[in-house]
Design a protein around this ligand. Structure first.
Ligand SMILES: NC(=O)c1ccc[n+]([C@@H]2O[C@H](COP(=O)([O-])OP(=O)(O)OC[C@H]3O[C@@H](n4cnc5c(N)ncnc54)[C@H](OP(=O)(O)O)[C@@H]3O)[C@@H](O)[C@H]2O)c1
Length: 275
């Protein structure tokens, strides 16, 4: 049995589907305990990663664990996993963990989560992806209203990754020892500007979308409306001060899965109905 946490999320849902398609027994944990129609056979369970006692039963009979990072109960859940006989843990971290900057709110929670995994006594693999292509879903409301799409950090190239590819790498790491003890940096196949992604979305949707770059001041106001200030500061540090470079394309997805990572155009075609 493989336990996937964050099972209804961008990465988790792809992973549950991929495991179910392979015929692997899979248990899908989220707070809602919602089942995915695309993953028949998966066992949906409810549990809260901030309350380890609600996750304990889900570890029964589990040999490999896919764990989201940054939740309050992570150390206890890892200890429970070890006690339950789990033999492998794969954690969804992020590229910024590699900066080592514990004073950055985003990098800091990822580094803390990675440390918990390394100290767990379980064989581990850490996944450090760049920004997700699915972050483009944040543009849905704007795109429904008109063709001008306001974007933060307009000058920053990032090689965003399709959560599908993260899930494919996770699948391999969960099913074999080949990547034990490795922190895998994962990227998509090309570095794009926010305006490039808006243009591609327009092409896929048959619309003349165009990006309007936000000034740093405007970006701060918009971001602070949706997330705590320390996280906004973290993204300003990454993308304005340049402490994180997500523009470099790496061959890891191809090396692990044997196929090239999906392009943003492929992601957009697969998610067009969401817009
Ligand atoms: N977005 C990016 O660009 C990016 C880049 C690098 C790394 N990451 C990492 O990837 C993570 C996001 O992954 P994602 O996009 O797959 O997430 P997501 O789509 O936001 O999904 C989160 C999943 O976790 C579940 N969840 C949330 N809180 C929970 C809790 N307390 N206990 C149990 N389950 C909980 C959610 O379901 P319920 O709500 O039903 O519980 C859902 O299944 C981030 O947290 C970050 O650490 C993200």
């Amino acid at each position: 049995m493989i336990l996937v946490t964050g099972a209804t999320g961008n990465v988790g849902a792809e992973l549950v589907r991929a495991l179910a398609q392979l015929g692997e027994p899979v248990r899908a944990l989220s707070r809602s305990g919602r089942a995915d129609e695309g993953a028949p056979g998966a066992e949906a369970v409810a549990g809260d990663l901030n309350r380890p006692e609600t996750v304990r039963n889900a570890l029964d009979g589990v040999r490999a664990l896919f764990l989201m990072s940054g939740y309050g109960g992570q150390r206890e859940i890892l200890a429970d996993a070890r006690a339950a006989g789990v033999r492998r843990v794969v954690m969804l971290s992020g590229k910024s963990a590699g900066t080592g900057d514990t004073g950055n709110a985003v990098a800091g929670y990822l580094i803390d989560a990675e440390t918990a995994v390394r100290e767990s006594g379980l064989p581990w693999t850490l996944l450090r992806p760049t920004s997700f292509m699915s972050n483009a879903l944040r543009l849905v409301d704007q795109i429904r209203k008109g063709d001008a799409v306001r974007v933060p950090f307009p000058d920053v190239y990032t090689a965003d990754i399709d959560p599908y590819d993260i899930a494919q790498v996770a699948l391999t790491a969960l099913l074999s020892d080949a990547y034990a003890g490795r922190a895998l940096e994962l990227t998509g196949p090309e570095a794009l500007l926010p305006a490039d992604r808006v243009r591609v979305l327009g092409e896929v949707l048959g619309r003349k979308l165009h990006a309007v770059g936000l000034t740093h001041e405007e970006a701060r106001i918009e971001l602070e409306a949706g997330m705590p200030k320390p996280y906004v500061d973290a993204f300003f540090s990454f993308f304005v001060d340049g402490t994180l470079d997500e523009s470099v394309v790496l061959p890891t997805v191809q090396e692990v899965t044997g196929r090239a990572p999906r392009t943003f155009a492929e992601w957009a075609r697969g998610h067009a109905e969401a817009f």
